[in-house]
Design a protein around this ligand. Structure first.
Ligand code: GLN
Length: 471
């Protein structure tokens, strides 16, 4: 498995060029087809881009990500390629433009290799909800890789690209990173432009990287972060030098352990691994303290009220008239709407649209949606208060390691509980990262989550990089 550092060394030494490197990744994609990680692969485009980067490399004009081969979750627009969102309703839709994050990566000379499989419209925690078949865990194909960005996580874990982009609305980068044993970063809401990201829940959605190392994730964030005219919610805050933060010096850093994140339902092996990570921080001179986030018990309920409300509104645009799938043999407009949506959407998406429509409807709006907004503020304040005494918080990413396919597929509530430690960061808008932190008895990866202050990705990257070096 190649990190970007090792690729750069090989490129500089002339041991490989970008074209050969890209071909190797294409071969790996071919060899791993059974994992179903990709929804489209673009060999000609990737090889042509690789040759162009090779020319720049010899001319000394290559960008900062020259030689990084990326796969992109199929919820982000890549001009001229399909963007299915894992849904039948967009199966044939071709994107007319590039997402800002994608355009910035290409401008930095990253090479795009393909689009990755995902839960339909990013709704799920196992990538079993894709209309194009489930993604399999590379270590044990009877298990799930997590979701919704399961394809991106597997692409990185199985050496099918150097790194990948995913989206995280409630944990969809961090939880699959945790299940597959890679690094997954969800930046602060507004840190990365959402232009060209197909919306699920607009006030939660964040774009971020999957990589083998924290350093590679930091490099990608460096390129994609920053204000964008095309997304009014993208922040104007200056973008710091993320690599400069990776000093591995955690002495004096105040690390909070939220006690509510270590309660019922947490697998003892996961707990033990996180405690080991915390010990490493303590030994390196960090100050560890317990902290309370008192509204934690409302996190899942609040997330599933607000995110579904936003989804019901965002998904109204798939009406058969404007984009994608349109049902055949209909007699009037209403029938076209009904049939197109009934046939085009999968059952989890329908469940979310119904739930979201319900909580927004007259008579229930105050009881659910408005109350949810109020609780969201309380959850956010819990974090702001905690960050008065602590520089970052350490928690498990998910209560368990990768579960078996089918195990939770018929029980949506069980599935939703998989996000118990990740949805809070999206409710609060803060950044979070999941890094590998040992394995369980079966050899399945365990993820450790670090949460930070708004726009302080530097601190969580620093802690992540330290723990990576300590393990
Ligand atoms: N698993 C969560 C959900 O189903 C989060 C998904 C996401 O982050 N996109 O909503």
């Amino acid at each position: 498995m190649r990190t970007f550092d090792s690729i750069q060394t090989e490129l500089r030494a002339g041991r490989i060029n970008c074209e050969q490197l890209t071909q190797e990744y294409l071969n790996a994609i071919e060899a791993g087809r059974n994992l179903n990680a990709f929804l489209s692969v673009f060999p000609e485009r990737a090889l042509e881009q690789a040759r162009a980067v090779d020319r720049k490399f010899s001319g000394g004009t290559a960008g900062p990500l020259a030689g990084m081969v990326l796969s992109i979750k199929d919820v982000l627009c890549v001009q001229g390629e399909r963007v299915t969102c894992g849904s039948k309703i967009l199966e044939t839709f071709v994107s007319p433009y590039n997402a800002t994050a994608v355009a910035r990566l290409v401008a930095a000379d990253a090479i795009l290799i393909g689009k990755t499989n995902m839960d339909e419209f990013a709704m799920g925690s196992s990538t079993e909800n894709s209309a194009f078949g489930r993604v399999k865990h590379p270590q044990d194909t009877t298990r799930v890789p997590g979701g919704s960005s399961g394809g991106s996580a597997v692409a990185v874990r199985a050496g099918m690209s150097t790194a990948a982009l995913g989206s995280d609305t409630g944990g969809s980068i961090r939880q699959p990173a945790s299940f597959t044993g890679v690094v997954g970063l969800k930046p602060t809401y507004g840190r990365v432009s959402r232009y060209g990201l197909v919306a699920f829940a607009s006030s939660f959605d964040s774009i971020g990287p999957f990589a083998l190392t924290t350093k590679d994730a930091a490099r990608i964030l460096q390129v994609i972060a920053g204000h964008d005219e095309s997304d009014s919610t993208s922040a104007r805050n200056p973008v710091p030098e993320y690599l400069a933060a990776l000093s591995r010096d955690v002495k004096g850093l105040r690390v909070g352990i939220p006690k509510e994140y270590f309660g019922e339902g947490l697998d003892p092996e996961v707990r033990a691994a996180i405690e080991k990570g915390v010990d490493a921080l303590r030994r390196a001179g960090a100050t560890i303290g317990e902290v309370s986030l008192p509204h934690t018990e409302y996190t899942i309920a609040t997330y599933y009220i607000l995110a579904t409300a936003e989804a019901s509104s965002n998904l109204a645009r798939y009406d058969g008239a404007r984009y994608g799938y349109r049902a055949a043999r209909v007699h009037d407009l209403t029938e076209m709407y009904v049939k197109s949506r009934s046939e085009g959407f999968g059952s989890e998406v329908k469940r979310r649209i119904m739930l979201g429509t319900y909580v927004l409807s007259a008579g229930y709006y105050d009881a659910y949606y408005r109350k949810g907004q109020k609780v969201r503020r309380l959850i956010r304040e819990d974090f702001i208060n905690a960050f008065k005494s602590f520089d970052c918080l350490v928690t498990p990413t998910s209560p368990t390691t990768a579960f078996k396919a089918g195990e939770k597929a018929d029980d949506p509530l069980e599935m939703y509980l998989s996000d118990i430690y990740t949805t809070s960061a999206n409710l609060a808008g803060i950044p979070g990262i999941s890094i590998p932190c040992g394995t369980d008895r079966q050899g399945l990866p365990i993820g450790l989550q670090i949460l930070g202050r708004h726009f302080d990705e530097s601190t969580i990257l620093k802690v992540a990089d330290f723990l990576e070096s300590a393990s």
